[in-house]
Design a protein around this ligand. Sequence first.
Ligand code: FEO
Length: 386
Amino acid sequence: MEITKDIIYVGVNDHDVDLFEGQYVVENGMAYNSYVIKDEKIAVMDTVDAHFTDEWLGNVAAALGDRKPDYLVVQHMEPDHSANIMNFMKVYPDTKIVATAAAFKMMKQFFGTDFPEAKIAVKEGDTLNLGNHVLTFVMAPMVHWPEVMVTYDSTDKVLFSADGFGKFGALDVEEEDWACEARRYYIGIVGKFGAQVQALLKKAAALDIQIICPLHGPILTENLGYYINLYDIWSSYRTESEGVLICYTSVYGNTKQAALELAAALEAKGCPKVVVNDLARADMAECVEDAFRYGKIVLATTTYNGDIFPFMKEFINHLTERNFQNKTIGLIENGTWAATAARIMKKMLEGSKNITWAENTVTVMSALNDASRAKIQALAEELAQQ
Ligand code: FEO
């Protein structure tokens, strides 16, 4: 696939991966993107996952024709992109490897060598002249590992964005809504590193970018402001969508009933969007994504082993380790003899910045009654008014 006259797509689609990065369900598979820039000199941009060595080397060979590559640019050392560096160097031993010093250190750890004969270590603003194309390297530490850099081709105005602007999903499935799976990918994988993404966006703003070539997901060629704006919202932890997210766990259905009655009350009061997730059954990454997307969250769970129910505990841990902030949060607790879940949830979130706690906390003692139903209505009123 030609992206521009000189840039050829040589990536692969993975429909066999059971859990991407060991935890993410990817119903539509995953793409590991790689590119060849053909000029007087030839650069190959990143490798692919270990399961696709032959397919990828075949794609590269087809793109090269009767020529040999001069450079392998390694932007990121996570194995979904770096696993084939050694295999590539066996086939093309005269290639120079261009990467950050931190990436070479990781090569030594992964492969037992940092390829001293081939090594070209680059830093912020260094350039690589291919003839017509000049590549400029822009450091992007912690987007998503410390060694990451992105690459700007000023000739075709292409940003090779590493994991940035990536999404779940292979490229040979029917085009799905980009934002849905890009948001789940971003929040899950890069969500903690908003400050670093903001720093990269500031640097990118100074470049004239017409095409974004990420390491996952489709090549972005139109309406780039839409994608950049979403990245700006996500990385600054701002509310993307108006509405209320209710996440619950329920053992015998009573806490679920409280969550559903709150949802109905919010809808009756004209709340623009109410999303209800059962944390034991929904995709956890989808729930985490929703928590960052909406500005108002209600957490509903039970006392359990003197703590809170495991799926809620896991959920809150996912939030806090990703720098969860800037939210209004309401709480529903259920405990037959010790209703302490609200206090425990609040404690777990005490390090999160800029949290507004709803004044009305709903306490259910075993099952809903008139008093707890009145509290649900009060919480709905409070959230609807904000
Ligand atoms: Fe797609 Fe952070 O690797």
